[in-house]
Design a protein around this ligand. Structure first.
Ligand code: AMP
Length: 288
């Protein structure tokens, strides 16, 4: 059956009321639309684990640090609804901006610490915008479980921390990154790459794998970082914004590798910014 599509908070409440009253697990996948196989993996996982699956499609203006990025963001609702249907979603919430922000918000959710480095350092109020909209959506949907991609590992850490700190009664599930055959992580921004940029883009994942290889050999974070950067510096079209070895929970760069770490990077290819990350475990930790 095709998902029910609602556009207002009142319609959403009416659609969810019978589900809240039952014991059904509600799985919730927040998205900004332009859905691809990465989003599909989240929706499928929610459908497998929960009796009721819902998706939100909302391009959240307050998480964009550049007006141009917000305006260029792909909006493909008819195709998105087909993906939601194929992956087993029963309800889609696709509100207009005025429904979520009837007036400029005076209240925001800010998760500190976890946002000090990586994207938090370069994208201004981005994570404040993310945490605020996710908190609002959690209040509207009241889900049992929510599904976020590891592709946006810092966002996942921010949501986990917000849920813990603010006692949201929701279980946060991280879903592994879905990639193209050549390793490029799926992203709605990939469609903005020129053919040449698309050819060069998989170097980001190759660089992260080089760093993972170094960590798995027992190298320290400086060497791991150097190995990754030398892969990226061989491609002239790539500008590195950051590449760091971090602790996954705190999202802070490590000063030594004592256990599993995440290696995260952001690069620019022309006017398009791509992010990606991998986890890596040092050899002495494997033996534990
Ligand atoms: P977005 O629409 O970009 O806000 O993403 C919505 C959700 O899909 C977020 O939890 C993302 O982390 C997740 N996501 C985006 N790309 C991928 C991917 N390639 N693999 C897995 N999850 C993804």
């Amino acid at each position: 059956m095709s998902p029910v599509v609602v556009h207002t908070a009142a319609e959403l409440r009416a659609a969810l009321k019978p589900v809240w009253r039952s014991d059904t697990l509600i799985g919730f996948v927040p998205t900004m639309g332009a859905l691809h196989e990465g989003h599909a993996a989240l929706i499928r996982r929610a459908s497998e684990e929960c009796g009721f699956t819902m998706v939100s499609i909302f391009v959240n203006p307050i998480q964009f640090d550049r007006a141009e990025d917000y305006e260029l963001y792909a909006r493909t609702l008819p195709e998105d609804l087909e993906v939601c249907h194929a992956c087993g979603a029963q309800l889609v919430f696709a509100p207009p901006v005025e429904e979520i922000y009837p007036e400029a918000s005076l209240t925001h959710v800010e998760v500190s610490g976890v946002t000090d480095y990586l994207c938090g350092q370069y994208r201004g109020l981005h994570f404040r915008g993310v945490a605020t909209v996710v908190a609002k959506l959690f209040h509207l949907v009241q889900p049992t479980r929510t599904y976020f991609g590891e592709k946006d590992a810092q966002q996942l850490a921010v949501v986990r921390r917000m849920v813990a700190d603010l006692n949201f009664p929701v279980e946060v599930i991280g879903v592994p990154t879905v990639r193209e055959a050549d390793g490029l992580a799926l992203s709605s921004r990939n469609r903005r790459l020129s053919p040449e940029e698309r050819r060069d883009a998989p170097a980001l994942y190759r660089a992260l794998l080089a760093a993972r290889g170094a960590v798995e050999r027992g190298a320290g974070h400086v060497e791991a970082r150097q190995d990754a950067l030398s892969v990226l510096s061989s491609i002239s079209s790539i500008r590195v914004e950051y590449l760091e070895v971090v602790d996954d929970e705190s999202q802070r760069p490590v000063s030594s590798i004592e256990g599993p770490v995440r290696i995260s990077a952001a690069i620019w290819l022309g006017a398009t910014r791509l992010i990606d990350n991998v986890t890596a475990t040092p050899p002495r930790f494997d033996r534990c």
